[in-house]
Design a protein around this ligand. Structure first.
Ligand SMILES: CC(C)(COP(=O)(O)OP(=O)(O)OC[C@H]1O[C@@H](n2cnc3c(N)ncnc32)[C@H](O)[C@@H]1OP(=O)(O)O)[C@@H](O)C(=O)NCCC(=O)NCCS
Length: 441
């Protein structure tokens, strides 16, 4: 076994024993109550999952294995002459549970480089789609085409011992993560750059190589990719992409099938597609007023118009967070450092001034503050990546780090198939009349 696999195995064996003891000694303890409203309203606030890689606090934001984003920016190893964390380091932290050394991070980079070969049939499958197909659809189709490479699926068909599930999931996850930058860059160059593809550079780190293969050699863009890939990787277990990957994986669908399912969820406008919606929304605002930098008053009027048309303001609000998303703040800091005069970035900051009071005044929006998607697009546009339909693919490449390291934990800890109970409104009515029973009642 490789050193990372050895460390993961040792750590997960120990946590597995801890969990066994926890369930034995405290398995009957109640951790909450569930109201009828919660069942009807997206299960909000119901604790029902274990996801070891990160934890979201409504006020404080995301912490990966206990570390906040600013802490990770300080503590994780960087590329030579770089100042943003390498996403390889975050992956190691989420998988193994400890901060990596520079040597550990270099090791992850070289493992992914070695495993990054994408078979030709994957490119042929992408080519079979019309070029105007949404990049997220091309991405998911490519991941499905790559499923031919799944070790888990092959070993399962041969009759794998359940004690070995984690091993094959680990290998599939490493292979898949290693191959995603090539696939994403291929889709980008195919759709927007006339199919002129750029070969990988074996000397670059994972995110730097993604920038290179998409055609961006600016060091600033490579740094942005390292930050972007780090901050979008995980947001605890209940969000749509993480939960879907976990759920589908619980049926012992292999990591390719599970991750593709999660990416279909990320492609929804209330989840990962919001980053493209934000830039689209700002472009439409600019077009309408005929100016590059709208005034605060013009932004306020446009927000009110959006709301009056029954639409959401993209990039604002969150199901769990109740403060400005620290991922928004990290990107704002990056903007101040690298592009303080950029008109689109300044517009994002002006929107940040204008939107929260308006959403607050509606009296129903639980979180009027910006989320990660409110900022990401403007930074990409600054470096010339204006093709906003592609942004969710970048989000997806990053999200693989969190959901696949989590999937390794799911199998290592032997989590069973997920199967919550559902009810019907007829049953609820009967129950209210004292004539029926809801399970667990
Ligand atoms: C993220 C989001 C889906 C969370 O949904 P949620 O947990 O149901 O949010 P809330 O409980 O605050 O919703 C209460 C009401 O406020 C509305 N609301 C929430 N965020 C809003 C926004 N940004 N613009 C307008 N209305 C919003 C909801 O649509 C809902 O209205 P309804 O009762 O008429 O259906 C929601 O805030 C949203 O749609 N945001 C815009 C899309 C986005 O940025 N997504 C990326 C998330 S990382």
């Amino acid at each position: 076994m490789g050193i990372i696999k050895d460390r993961f195995k040792a750590k997960s064996d120990q946590i597995g024993l801890d969990i066994k003891a926890l369930i034995k000694d405290h398995g009957n303890k109640k951790i909450g109550e569930v109201t009828l409203a919660q069942v009807y309203q997206g299960m909000r606030g119901i604790t029902g999952l274990v996801s070891e890689t990160s934890l979201l606090d409504a006020q404080d934001g995301i912490r990966f294995r206990g570390y906040s984003i600013p802490e990770l920016q300080a503590k994780l190893p960087k590329a030579p002459n770089g100042s943003e964390p390498l996403p390889e380091g975050l992956f190691y932290l989420m998988l193994v549970g400890d901060l990596p050394s520079e040597e550990d991070v270099n090791h992850v980079t070289s493992v992914w480089q070695r495993r990054s070969h994408v078979p030709n049939h994957v490119f042929a499958t992408i080519e079979a789609l019309p070029v105007n197909t949404h990049p997220m659809t091309q991405f998911v189709v490519a991941i499905m085409a790559l499923q031919t490479e799944s070790q888990f699926q092959k070993n399962y068909a041969k009759g794998m011992n359940k004690k070995d599930y984690w091993d094959a999931v680990f290998d599939d996850s490493m292979d898949l993560i290693a191959r995603l930058p090539r696939i994403a860059a291929y889709i980008y160059r195919r759709k927007y750059k006339g199919g002129e593809h750029i070969q990988p550079n074996g000397l670059l780190d994972w995110a730097g190589n993604l920038a290179h293969m998409m055609g961006y050699e600016d060091e600033g863009f490579k740094e942005l990719m390292r930050l972007y890939m780090t901050i979008h990787a995980d947001h605890e277990g209940g969000n749509v992409s993480a939960h879907t990957t976990h759920l589908v994986g619980s049926a012992l669908s292999d990591p390719y099938l599970s991750f593709a399912a999660g990416m279909n969820g990320l492609a929804g406008p209330l989840h990962g597609l919001a980053n493209q919606e934000v830039v689209k929304w700002i472009y439409e605002l600019r077009e309408q007023i005929g100016a590059e930098v709208p005034s605060k008053q013009q932004i306020e009027e446009y927000v009110k118009k959006t709301l009056s048309e029954g639409k959401v303001v993209p990039g604002y609000g969150h199901a769990v967070l109740r403060k400005t998303d620290p991922r928004f703040t990290a990107q704002m800091e990056f903007g101040k450092k690298h592009m303080a005069d950029d008109p689109l970035v300044n517009t994002v900051w002006n929107i940040y001034d204008a939107v929260p009071p308006i959403l607050q005044s509606l009296g129903k929006v639980k979180n009027p503050w910006p989320n990660v998607d409110a900022h990401s697009g403007a930074l990409l546009v600054h470096y010339g990546m204006v093709e906003y339909e592609f942004y969710t693919v970048l989000f997806g490449v990053s999200r693989a780090l969190g959901v696949l390291s989590s999937l390794c934990w799911d199998r290592a800890l032997g989590f069973p198939i997920e199967r919550p109970k559902s009810i019907t409104t007829d049953l609820v009515k009967l129950w209210l009349e004292g004539k029926g029973e809801i399970w667990g009642d």
